[in-house]
Design a protein around this ligand. Sequence first.
Ligand code: GLC
Length: 723
Amino acid sequence: MKKIIVSAILLLLTMNTTKAQVYLDPQAPIEERVKDAISRMTTHEKIQVIHAQSKFTSAGVPRLGIRQLNMDDGPHGVREELEWNTWNPAKWTNDFIVAFPSLTCLAATWNRELSATYGNAVSEEFAFRGKDVMLGPGVNIQRTPLNGRAFEYMGEDPYLASEMVVPYIQSAQKNGVACCIKHFVLNDQETDRFAVNVNLSNRALHEIYLEPFRRAVVDAHVYTIMGSYNMWKGVHCCHNDELLNGILKRDWGFDGAVISDWGGTTDTWQAATGGLDIEMGSYTDGKLKESEFTYDDYYLARPFEKLIEEGKIPMEVLDEKVARVLRTIFRTAMNPDKAIGSQCSDAHYEACRTIGEEGIVLLKNVATSKKEHPLLPLDPTKYNKILVVGENATRSLTQGGGSSELKTLHDVSPLEALQALYGDKIDHAQGYTSGRAIYDQVDRIDPARQAALKTEALEKARNADLIIFIGGLNKNHRQDCENGDREGYALSFDQNELIGELAAIQQNMVVVMFGGNPYAMPWIDSVAALLHCWYLGSEAGNALVNILSGKVCPSGKLPVTFAKRYEHYPYVKYINESYPGVNKQVYYKEDIYVGYRGFEHDKVEPLFPFGFGLSYTTFKYGKPTVAGNTVSVDVTNTGEVEGKETIQFYIGFEKCPEDRPLKELKDFRKISLKPGETKKVSFTVGKEKLRYYSIASDKWETYDGPCKIYIGGSSANVQSIKL
Ligand code: GLC
């Protein structure tokens, strides 16, 4: 008998060690690889893979030859290498990269194909740097123009954000690099970001704030998702059971890994049972300070292992997390088809430039005297002295901003590109200073220096026959920067006064603004031309000059509403409770009426509406026609140059039993037209365009009543037709 038992154990042991190592077979179905790997892992090895082992890596299983996950920021390019255990730069010399335009710039292109180009290019740089998870893109909704991180996101409309984030993720993940869409969910301000609890209706939650994340999971099959610091229903989103186990995993079928924001994990039991799969950056308040800790002190490390060993939490809970981590590893780090990628290639600079060119929005362009053409595109033969004024003509806008900061190989500034094109016609005056881009404090500015810079600019302006002002926001704290919101809707550093005084000296003036958010424009009636450029990345100067010179015809459209006054934003009437909150409670009292939805609901006219953007040519829209549930319109280029137009398609529910916005974006097409060319554009009204989240039934419903269809080149310039 004894002999039989011994030989049975020996047989089992041999079987176990020699059983086919399915988990290492890249051709094997991923679920079999996952199951096989889990069956070989010890409890401690399972615990190791669900939390950080360094600032930006989570462990693999060395004994089994299962790779670790290398993660890195951010949405616009690969962050410089940091030290293994700290936020300090590692000072490597091979991690200079391309900074791609900000995601708000990408949204402003309204070009789905360019978004795929962007995702492919940026993920090739992550792959080349040996990264498996890129911590982006971000799709939090721009409900306030004060959000310090709006530049990392895709505007105020969930449909536009969804349509632009899906191609980015699909093409990025084709390279075997996981996207980590963030920050899930309701991280729509930086003020009190670690502690604020967001209160809102289920209707607003689903229709506005969850929708881009839902589309990323359901349509783009995003591999990982980052939990946000803030709370919803009083529980931190990094381990919120209803949000993660309920909505994300049960309802949407998400099969990837939930990664905490850095320092976003606050409790072992919640982290273990609330849907978190990889704990990162704990014992820091996200970015600022560390405490004495080891990675084994993490909430999902020793404390969780103890609960498993004591049987207080079943092994299945741990195995479920491990399965999601292994799925991510097999899709990336151990994916035999993972791209080698490339860094700073010509193709990446070209992608950067093209996205920038198509994201720049021409907001104003008039002639400065009756008989003339509009000021843009510039005719250099008309000017001898072109004065470039403004700190953003030379300031790096790729450094700073928080975790999306980048160490670039070669940026082309606006001034460099203007000098390259217009030679010694160009003169420059800084005009103002904004101090240093310090992560968590506003640098002190010497008033005397500010005054001297302004005086110099005004003096030079008197001898110029054209002024190009280049300013706006930047990546300083309390501008467009993580971990803080803007102090107000006005531009900083006395720019408004400077612009006003320059315009009084020279009416031939182009204003070029950088920034992730709208701002007040008290000088708008005094300037002939205005471009908003978001952040253009490494090719900023070339993209801008190609638009100013007319080499490229501007085609960008606003992904966010520019209000005349801050008070006009829909949430402001509800005062502090709606932003930035009272006692760490924020109430989204504007509900679904965010952005243009709110401006139209409140009947407030914006300065520049959602979807607005001018061209160097003009487009004529024919009368829309309806055939069945398809609406069509002819669009003609009635100008003298080839241009691209984004035809926007909105639907209004005319007889909905519940209050609805006047109209909502449901589709768009960006087309190119030669002078005189006409194209027909058609949109079909399928059921998916008639969904709304019902207050009464607390679930998605399909509207089946009469609709009004609105078609045009901006939310405020539409023709309507009944359907
Ligand atoms: C940050 C950010 C997040 C970033 C992470 C790692 O605090 O909120 O977007 O990816 O830490 O740097």
